[in-house]
Design a protein around this ligand. Sequence first.
Ligand code: AMP
Ligand code: FE
Ligand code: FE
Ligand code: ZN
Length: 287
Amino acid sequence: MTKEHADLHLHTTFSDGFLSPEDVLKNAFIHRLKAISITDHETVEGVAIAVSEAKQYGIEVIPGIELSASTVAGEIHLLGYFIDYQDVTLQKTLAELKKKRENRLKKIVNNLSAQDVHVDFDALLKFAGPGTMGRLHLAHFLCRNKIVSHIYEAFDKYISSDKPAYEKVDALTPQEAIKLILSAGGIPVLAHPESKHLDDLIRSLTSIGLKGLEVYHSKFDKKDSQCLLAMARKHDLLVTGGSDCHGEGKLIPLIGKIKLPYAYVEKLKNHAGINYSVLKTYKTEHF
Ligand code: AMP
Ligand code: FE
Ligand code: FE
Ligand code: ZN
C-alpha cells in the first residue's frame, strides 16, 4: 500500500475557505500529505503564497483553480491543475470573474431585502476579505448577524439554488473554462461529478479538452468512487481526488479526509510534462 498521499482540492481565505494558505499547509503537514493543490473559486491569489511557503513544510504545491461553468442542466465545476498562475490572460479573466461574483452577491443581497432580510453589502464585502466572494460568505455573515442560527439554515431558507433570493454565478461556459485552463498550460478536470447524464456530459467535455475526473471527494462513498473510476477508465481520463476542504467554513475542516495515492499525482505530472509542447501548439492554433 502506498504511503504517500495528496489532497488536490482545497480552498483558502482567497475564496470561501476559512484557512489561510499557510494554515492549509500546516494542516497538510499534520496529515502527512506529500502534495496538495490549492483550488480556490475563480482565483489563484492563494497559490503563490502556498508555493512560496511550501518548502518549509516539505510539501509539494500544485498550482490549481476551480472554475464554475454554466450548462443548460445547471452549474458544473472544473478544476485546473498545473496552471501557470502568472499567465496574463488567466489573470485578466479572473479579475473579471471576481467582479461578476461580487455583482451577483449584491443581487442576492437585494433579493433578500425583498424578504425583509437586510444585509449591509459593504460590511459583507469586508467580511469576505480580499479574494472571490461566494454564498458561503453570505451564509456565515447571516449567522454572525443572528439572522440564521446555522449556515445550513441560510442555504435552506434563503440562498440554495431553489430559493427566490438565489442568483446564478455569471459563469463561463464549459468551453471557455476548459480553454482558459488549457491556455494557461493546465489540466482540466471535472470536479465532484454528479450529473444524471454523466456519460454524455463527459463525452461532450472530453471533445473540448477535458482530461480528468475527480473520482475521490468528501461527498462520495466507496461505491460512488468505484463508479467514477470505471467512468474515468472508460473515457481514458486522469484520476484525481481531494477533500474540497473549506476549513471551518464548512464547520469541520475536511483536509485529510481524502488521501489520494501519490501515484495519481505522478500521472498528472507526466501528463503536464508530455503535453506542454502540445498545449503551446494548441494555443497558437486556437487562441
Ligand atoms: P457559490 O460558488 O457562491 O455558488 O457557492 C458555492 C459554495 O456554497 C460551495 O462551497 C458549496 O459547497 C456551498 N453550498 C452550496 N449549496 C449549499 C448548501 N445547500 N448547503 C451548504 N453549502 C452549500
Ligand atoms: Fe467553495
Ligand atoms: Fe465545487
Ligand atoms: Zn471546491
